[in-house]
Design a protein around this ligand. Sequence first.
Ligand code: HEC
Length: 242
Amino acid sequence: MKKTLATIAAALALAGATAAHARDQDYTVDFNLAYLLGTTLADARAAERQSPATVPSGSASAAADRAYVAPFNRSYLLGTKLAQAGSPEVAAAARRYTGQTTTGLAERGRYLVRTAGCNDCHTPAYMEKSGEVPEREWLTGTPVGFQGPWGTTYAANLRILFAKASEQQWLARARQPMRPPMPWFNLRDMSDDDLRAIYAYVRSLGAAGVPAPAYAAPGQKVDTPYFVFVPQNLPGPQARAH
Ligand code: HEC
């Protein structure tokens, strides 16, 4: 069922009062609107862009209260009480009802991926575009290598990796050394729960893209673009003597 933009804009105003708490979670708001209106996510987004005034500005502190958002949305979607929406049964029912694949665990994984810097290297152009990269492209790996004394490495396509690996395999992989500049020691020090959350999130995205180029040993010629990771302008022996 497809609604006109005018109908959607009118309904946005109605939905506004309760959607305010989730305002900072753009996807969530759009998802709710789309659900409410029986329209597509793309149309809900278009309507929001067309009539931003009808969408509540919301409180910035809502973003900090992340734990609140998921149960809130469930209660909203299901017309149930917030207290009930926190229960695992209701959460499961909400997922069945909405076909939503992102569970609370995956939501946490998404947060970790964003804030622990995985996108910086594993998502093409994420740093260059200050994070303005569509989520469907996240973690698809990059064809631009990192060259240093270790050879040339490429940030892997994690979407393909996770689609193939079991949760157990992931937990084991995450604790093994990797070549620079992968900050593998940060991954090693993550709790099992956080690693599981990342797994749930990346799996929910599904496989996409192509594998990153293969590692090249030091001195081996590479055909791809690459960054050179070699410190420049280091102080000489004389400077160190002072
Ligand atoms: C500074 C850049 C950088 C950041 C930040 C980074 N990675 Fe990596 N990652 C790499 C590179 C480069 C490799 C390839 C290393 C190699 O070839 O051994 C890699 C490899 C990996 C691998 C191994 C893939 C395989 O094929 O086994 C995993 C898993 C991984 N990264 C996960 C993550 C996660 C999760 C995060 C966020 C917590 C993250 N990385 C953050 C650069 C980065």
